[in-house]
Design a protein around this ligand. Structure first.
Ligand code: ZN
Length: 306
């Protein structure tokens, strides 16, 4: 079973046992700071509960695919509505009504309430009723930053799993294994994001689509590609001064990571240092009115020169 969660060994063990024995609780609180993995864990539990295979969650069956996409007809996710500060009592009542309707694909229904600690007492009392007498085989998962915001009567009916941010080496190992990144780059990324694994991963995902990924590709091509390929990589930035500066920022960040890694391993850092200086020159040139296509051309040839 592959948990989408770094660290938190105790919680993982407890959940693994419960899944193996088919004894996941019917009311669950997942507690943890933002970025600690509550959403991921709640989706994983939903997949385990709805999966059609014996060894669940298999990640491949129809139910798992639908759960992953958030479109399983027996999975209900209640979230804060746009610009609202609280989960409203109407939302909870809607959810409660759904709980009394038979499931469509699975034998059970799963209800997830995100930011459940924003429920006011009225909403909490509404959910309490259904927790006291859950219809059929329904399972409720409440994601909260702190369960202290919940009524004691709710807490006493739920099993709480508390998530903690894993320590940096553990988090870095997880990121490195799951996102094709060296451990030292993962450590840098974590340090830049307050050591929070969730923030680091979402920062990386948003970067991946743009100039960060371009910088990763650029470094790869500097080693393995042609001069032409290097110039082609940055072609989309030739009219984008802000993005060009972002690109060089990522490039020098990645190079700094490599320099550190080589230094730790007793390898020569000469080549990386040379590239790093080229990057810094380019960043400085961007401050003046430099011609961008020319800047990318000279950078590429300096990166390729031995
Ligand atoms: Zn499955």
């Amino acid at each position: 079973m592959r948990f989408p969660l770094a660290g938190n060994g105790g919680v993982k063990k407890a959940i693994e046992q419960a899944i193996l024995q088919n004894r996941l609780p019917h009311a669950i609180i997942i507690e943890g700071e933002s970025g600690s993995g509550k959403t991921m864990l709640s989706r994983f539990l939903a997949a385990a509960l709805l999966c059609e295979q014996a060894e669940n969650p298999c990640g491949a069956c129809r139910a798992c695919t639908l759960t992953k996409a958030g479109t399983h007809p027996d999975l209900f996710i209640t979230e804060l509505e746009d610009k609202k500060k609280n989960i409203s009592v109407e939302q909870i009542r809607n959810m409660r009504n759904e709980a009394y309707i038979r499931p469509q694909l699975s034998d059970r229904k799963v209800f997830i309430v995100e930011e459940a600690d924003t429920m006011n007492p009225q909403s909490q009392n509404a959910i309490l009723k259904v927790l006291e007498e859950p219809p059929g085989d329904t399972v409720f998962i409440l994601n909260v930053r702190s369960r202290a915001a919940l009524l004691p009567t709710i807490i006493s009916r739920c099993v709480t799993y508390t998530l903690y941010d894993p320590d940096t080496p553990e988090a870095a190992a997880y990121i490195s294994a799951n996102f094709d990144m060296s451990e030292s780059d993962a450590v840098n990324l974590l340090n830049q994001n307050g050591k929070s694994i969730g923030k680091a991963i979402s920062a990386m995902k948003s970067k991946k689509s743009g100039t960060y990924q371009m910088a990763v590709d650029y470094l790869y091509l500097a080693e393995n590609g042609s001069l032409y390929e290097l110039i082609a990589t940055t072609a989309p930035l030739e009219k984008e001064r802000v993005k060009a500066s972002e690109f060089f920022g990522h490039l020098s960040f990645l190079l700094m990571g490599r320099i550190r890694e080589s230094a730790v391993n007793g390898k020569s850092t000469k080549k990386e240092f040379r590239m790093y200086n080229v990057c810094k020159e380019a960043e400085a040139a961007l401050q003046s009115n430099v011609n961008l296509p020319l800047l990318f051309c000279t950078t590429a040839s300096k990166f390729k020169s031995k």
